[in-house]
Design a protein around this ligand. Structure first.
Ligand code: AMP
Ligand code: GLY
Length: 448
């Protein structure tokens, strides 16, 4: 099988790395890729958000299977273009991708289908937004409606911060059209959980749980980023919580999309807050998380192409994903200036030594090769990922590898996974009263 992976980040490197070991793989391509992907696949340039261009590339390569990493091509309608041409691709259609492409769509969808989420208001004009703030206590969360590469959410601790965010998004238009309309919502408290599934719209294969670390600095301080690290550990998802999430969030989401005539297929990411009242949706993503994918794909034992084939053939209900019980940790090494304008062109050293260590894989994000040297080429540069028999050992392995790597301005958090070491048992809660039709939930987390 000829496989094409679209994207240029750490998640796409992890996808290429995993797909490459499939028994079905004959040739593998990355587009546009990065320096790490280029070591494992043939890279081709492509304008990822131009559906016709992506299809043309897949046709010219004779790709049997195309997997999309990032959201922008999905929101732009790449899947629709492939489906029209009868070429196999994994991901939701343009209409289904609105779950991520429009926060207003997502929030109103959740309201229609009674899916637990933060209380919210929608504003289309600045004065309306300012008035809406009166209905919320600080801290309050301001979200730009459209895609903003992790820059569209502000958790405002004071009214002035909320007003400044609204002014930036709606009057100064710092995010362009993406910030013209906003969601204002209550701030939820609890532990975050990234819960991802592979689905054909009915059957679901849950993926291993993960937790992202969004803030730039240790102890969740500093601005939000695309993600400074992630870990995946079965202990973060007791069976009862897993079935509750499937019942009150995943199932009604898929049933709701189907009922609205937009069946959802592909990877679905539910960004959750585990609140005292139960899990609530912070956001949907229509793809795998980055850097969550790096951690969970290290734990996946199954052949990923087998799972995707089952999805294509409507057989997802008959397969299981198998995971190693060993936890995995991904520490992101970021460039100076990230999440603002990152400094680029710094020479990276020590990555080969880091990767030579047992249980370690260095996934590339913003890297390229210039004059035979690996240099930084983006905000998130590398995702140093380690797996070990327990979480403490995985953390130690990841950081021991990180310490081998150097580039000027390199920044990383030193507490990735630390919350997992002091995890407390979850408080018992009253049962949720929501009743929804049950699609088949299979592919249980067959931990082997
Ligand atoms: P989002 O892109 O919507 O996931 O927002 C990015 C991050 O902002 C989340 O991962 C949370 O850390 C935080 N966040 C978003 N919405 C809320 C909320 N309602 N309450 C608390 N934190 C939030
Ligand atoms: N790590 C969160 C995301 O991929 O959006």
């Amino acid at each position: 099988m000829k496989i094409l992976v679209i994207g240029a980040g750490g998640r796409e490197h992890a996808l290429v790395w995993k797909l490459r070991e499939s028994q079905h793989m004959e040739e593998i391509y990355g587009a546009p890729g990065n320096a790490g992907i280029a070591q494992e696949a043939e890279c081709r340039p492509v304008e990822v958000s131009n559906p016709a261009a992506v299809l043309e590339l897949a046709q010219s390569l004779g790709a049997d299977l195309t997997v999309i990493g990032p959201e922008a091509p999905l929101v732009a309608g790449v899947v629709d273009e492939f489906e029209k041409a009868g070429r196999w691709i994994v991901g939701p259609t343009k209409l289904a991708a609105r779950l991520e492409g429009s926060k207003i769509f997502a929030k109103e969808f959740m309201r229609r289908h009674r899916i637990p989420t933060a209380r919210f208001a929608v504003a289309e004009r600045f004065d309306q937004a300012i008035r809406a703030l009166d209905d919320f206590r600080e801290p309050v969360v301001i979200k730009a409606d459209g895609l903003a590469a992790g820059k569209g959410v502000v958790v405002a601790r004071r009214r002035e911060e909320a007003e400044a965010a609204l002014d930036a998004f709606m009057r100064q238009k710092t995010l362009g059209a993406a910030g013209e309309r906003v969601v204002i919502e209550e701030c939820l408290k609890g532990e975050e959980l990234s819960f991802m599934v592979l689905t054909d719209g009915r059957a679901v294969v849950p993926l291993a749980p993960a937790q992202d670390h969004k803030s730039l600095l240790d102890n969740d301080q500093g601005p939000n980023t695309g993600g400074m690290g992630a870990f995946s550990d079965e202990a973060m998802l007791p069976e009862r919580l897993r079935s509750e999430i499937l019942r009150v969030i995943v199932t009604p989401t898929l049933a709701g999309m189907a009922a609205e005539g937009v069946p959802y297929r592909g990877f679905l990411y539910c960004g959750l807050m585990l609140t005292a009242e139960g899990p609530k949706v912070l956001e949907y993503n229509v793809r795998l998380g980055d850097p969550e994918a790096q951690a969970i794909l290290m734990r996946l034992r199954s052949d990923l192409v087998d799972l995707l084939l089952a999805l294509r053939q409507g057989q997802l209900g008959a397969v299981d994903a198998h995971w190693t019980p060993n936890p995995a940790v991904c520490v992101v090494l970021a460039a100076k200036g990230y999440p603002g304008a990152p400094e680029t062109g710094q020479v990276i050293s020590g990555y080969e030594e880091a990767e030579a260590r047992a249980g370690v894989k260095v996934f590339h994000a913003g890297t390229r090769v210039v004059n035979h040297q690996l240099v930084t080429a983006g905000g998130r540069v590398l995702g140093v990922t380690a797996i070990a028999e327990d979480l403490a050992a995985a953390i130690e392995r990841a950081y021991a590898a990180v310490r081998k790597i150097h580039f000027d301005g390199m920044h990383y958090r030193t507490d990735i996974g630390a919350k997992g070491l002091r995890r407390l048992p979850l408080e018992p809660r009253p049962p949720n009263r929501l009743r929804v039709p049950n699609p088949r939930i299979t592919g249980s987390l067959g931990v082997t």
